[in-house]
Design a protein around this ligand. Structure first.
Ligand SMILES: O=C(O)C1=C[C@@H](OP(=O)(O)O)[C@@H](O)[C@H](O)C1
Ligand SMILES: C=C(OP(=O)(O)O)C(=O)O
Length: 433
């Protein structure tokens, strides 16, 4: 599927979005570890999160989908069995890494694999700590990548210093530590998204956050509870960016997740001169939620680096597109992790900026982008590199420069299947082809 986008203005309206992807994964993977019944509302029905649900069903979880809600009847990890088939996790890094933490203590062998992109992503980052806890995990091709063969065992708690900022690695260790003997202590120098910690606490786990330390005691019984999942901030960011880039626009996005470990994009957008307002802020299920109103904006270039990076890591392709239309230079540093996502996002962004004629440079850990250096052309043809965030970010260029075609966009179904429909509803000139 390709996406065609034409010049648009007056993006107007109220938008409600499906639930946050990170929280949906965690609900799918953690609720079955609890005891009791629970209903999850506003779950994200996208390919990645459905792969997490399907994997848990393969382990024996009782999960049903009814009237757009996900119903769990949970009897804890002790009710699970390793499946006699390999578990396919598609394109989803979050699914494979978090599920590995659960399987690390489940007796028997399980085999995890995914699509071509997932099988290229680094897994040593979870193999190492989970092995230290006592699991046997082997990369079948001896390349520290999936397919992964896991033989669960009795685990012991560990002390672990995070050497890369990754919520997936942190969460994988936390899920394993739930069934380990003794306490696990994780030290995070740079804070990453904390949805696992928040959800475990909400479900009754004895988890403590003490400065950089996260402390969890093994052998706890969790109680299933209903969860309402706020709108995905990473999806909302595309709407914020599009409204800012187009003339005479004003859009409200409702019930958006505003967890500060996720909203670094708003801080950068503010520094760039973005016009927006956050209101109706409240707390739901230990997460922060609010509405965002955004208007057309004149943007200027910024420096994006340091501890803010993990809080906006998935929004960097979008920041690069905003930077191309901003006055002055934007420098993005400390973001080497971008090279290990669904594509090497530093190179994918660079390739597409070059198609726009933008003056840009890559660095090992980021990019330098000269704002407003794009060339006016009849049309622009971008490539998604089979990466949903690249596909969506560069689609937005069409709202400003007209006649954009982005090739190979099937992957938007992994995180934001309604992307095109949502934009059509607010007056965006966008089609699938
Ligand atoms: O924990 C999560 O839900 C995620 C963590 C991040 O990955 P890393 O842990 O690899 O940084 C992020 O890029 C991904 O989209 C979702
Ligand atoms: C990196 C992403 O997801 P995952 O790591 O779960 O594949 C993303 O959604 O941008």
């Amino acid at each position: 599927m390709n996406i065609i986008v034409k010049k648009s203005y007056s993006l107007k309206g109220r938008v409600t979005l499906q639930g946050d992807k990170s929280i949906s994964h965690r609900a799918a993977l953690i609720l079955p570890l609890c005891h009791g019944d629970a209903v999850v509302k506003n779950f994200l029905f996208a390919e990645d999160t459905l792969n997490s649900l399907k994997a848990m069903v393969m382990l024996g979880a009782d999960i049903k989908i009814k009237d757009n809600h996900v119903l769990f009847k949970s009897r804890g990890l002790e009710s699970f069995k390793v499946p006699n088939k390999a578990i396919y996790l598609g394109n989803s890094g979050t699914s494979i890494r978090l599920l590995s933490g659960i399987l690390a203590s489940l007796k028997g062998y399980s085999l995890l694999y995914g699509d071509e992109s997932l099988c290229k992503r680094p897994m040593k980052r979870i193999i190492e700590p989970l092995s230290r806890m006592g699991a046997y995990i082997s990369s079948i091709l001896r390349n520290d990548k999936a397919p992964l063969l896991i033989k669960g065992d009795s685990l012991i708690g560990i002390e672990y210093d995070m050497n890369i900022p990754s919520a997936q690695v942190k969460s994988s260790i936390l899920l394993a530590s739930l069934s380990a003997n003794g306490k696990t202590v994780i030290r995070e120098k740079v804070k990453t998204r904390d949805h696992t910690e928040r959800m475990l606490k909400y479900l009754g786990a004895d988890i403590k956050i003490d400065g950089e330390k996260i402390i969890l005691f093994g052998g706890q019984k969790l109680q299933a509870k209903n969860i309402f999942i706020p709108a995905d901030f990473s999806s909302a960011a595309f709407i914020i960016a599009a409204a800012a880039l187009t003339d005479d626009s004003q859009v409200i996005i409702e019930n958006v997740l505003l967890n500060p470990t996720r909203t670094g994009f708003l801080k950068v957008f503010e520094k760039m001169g973005g016009n927006f307002e956050v209101f109706n802020v409240r707390e739901e299920n230990d997460e922060i939620v609010g509405d965002i109103k955004v208007w057309s904006s004149n943007l200027k270039g910024v420096t994006v680096e340091g501890d803010i990076i993990p809080t906006l890591i998935d929004e960097i392709p979008l920041i690069a597109v905003l930077a191309a239309f901003a006055e002055g230079v934007t420098v993005i540093s400390d973001a080497k992790e971008l090279r290990y996502k669904e594509s090497d996002r530093i190179e994918s962004i660079y390739y597409n900026l070059k198609i726009m004629g933008v003056e840009a440079e890559t660095k090992e850990d980021g990019l330098i982008i000269q704002g407003k250096s794009f060339k006016r052309k009849e049309s622009y043809e971008f490539y998604s590199f089979k990466d949903h965030r690249i596909a969506m970010a560069f689609s937005l260029v069409g709202f400003v420069l007209d006649n954009v075609l982005v090739y190979d966009c099937e992957n938007i179904r992994t995180s934001f299947p309604d992307f095109i429909d949502v934009f059509k509803k607010i007056n965006g000139n966008i089609e699938r082809r």
